[in-house]
Design a protein around this ligand. Structure first.
Ligand SMILES: Cc1cc2nc3c(=O)[nH]c(=O)nc-3n(C[C@H](O)[C@H](O)[C@H](O)COP(=O)(O)O)c2cc1C
Length: 204
C-alpha cells in the first residue's frame, strides 16, 4: 500500500487574525478529507530572518526547508500586498534555495495549490506571481486556483471564514492538490486522464 500523502501548507500574514492563513487551513482541510496528512507552516510562526547566505544557515530556515522537502505537495496562501505576494511570504520561499543541491532539487514533482486573499480584486495577480515562483522552484502549480477577493466580506474580524461558497472552493482546491500528488506518487507524473475534476466556479 502507498504511504500516506503529506501536504504541506505555507502562508498567512504576520497578523493574528490572518485571512490568508485561515484560507490555507480550509484548503488543507480539503486535502485531509481526501486522505492526506497535512501540516500548516504559518509564516508568522516560522521565525525566518531576511534571507542572506552571509551568516550561516539559521536553524529555523533549515527546519523549514526540511519540512517542505518531506512533503509530497504544497498549498501556498499569501495576502495580496501591493498587487503581489507579501514580502514575508516571498522571503520564506527564498530560503528554499537550501534545497538547490538536493536530488531531485527544490520542489521537483510536488504539485502546488495557489491561494490568496485580497482587500480588493487583485488577488489573481498574487496567484500569478506565485505561479512564476513555483515554476522557478520546479514545482507544478495546480490549474485550479483560489484568489479570494474582498476578504472583509468573506472573513470576520477574527479571521474566521464566513462564506460557505468560498469554503467549498478552497476545500475543492485542497482535494485537487491531493489528487495530483497521488498521481505523482504512483506514476511519477500527473495528467487528467480519467480524473474526476474538481468543480470550477464560473460565477466570478
Ligand atoms: C501592506 C499592504 C498592502 C496591500 N495591498 C493590497 C493590494 O495591492 N491589493 C489588494 O486588493 N489588497 C491589498 N491589501 C489588503 C490585503 O490584501 C487584505 O487585507 C488581505 O486579506 C490581508 O491578508 P491577511 O488577512 O492574511 O493579513 C494590502 C494590505 C496591506 C497591509
Amino acid at each position: 500500500m502507498a504511504r500516506p500523502l503529506r501536504v504541506v501548507g505555507l502562508g498567512g500574514s504576520l497578523r493574528a487574525a490572518s485571512t490568508s492563513r485561515m484560507a490555507l487551513q480550509v484548503a488543507l482541510d480539503g486535502a485531509a478529507a481526501s486522505g492526506a496528512e497535512v501540516e500548516l507552516l504559518a509564516i508568522r510562526d516560522l521565525g525566518l530572518p531576511l534571507y542572506t547566505a552571509e551568516h550561516g544557515t539559521p536553524q529555523a530556515a533549515r527546519e523549514f526547508a526540511e519540512a517542505v522537502y518531506a512533503g509530497d505537495a504544497m498549498i501556498w496562501s499569501s495576502p495580496t500586498y501591493q498587487g503581489s505576494v507579501s514580502g514575508a511570504f516571498k522571503n520564506a520561499l527564498d530560503w528554499l534555495i537550501l534545497l538547490a543541491e538536493r536530488t531531485p532539487p527544490y520542489l521537483s514533482n510536488k504539485p502546488i495549490g495557489l491561494v490568496s486573499t485580497a482587500g480588493g480584486v487583485q488577488g489573481l495577480q498574487t496567484v500569478n506571481a506565485m505561479d512564476f515562483i513555483a515554476r522557478s522552484l520546479r514545482g507544478w502549480s495546480v490549474p485550479l486556483v483560489m484568489p479570494v477577493p474582498q476578504s472583509r466580506q468573506s472573513f470576520d474580524a477574527d479571521g474566521r471564514l464566513v462564506d460557505d461558497a468560498i469554503g467549498d472552493q478552497l476545500r475543492a482546491l485542497g482535494a485537487e492538490v491531493a489528487r495530483a500528488a497521488r498521481q505523482f506518487q504512483s506514476k511519477g507524473t500527473c495528467d487528467y486522464a480519467g480524473a474526476e475534476l474538481a468543480p470550477v466556479s464560473t460565477s466570478g
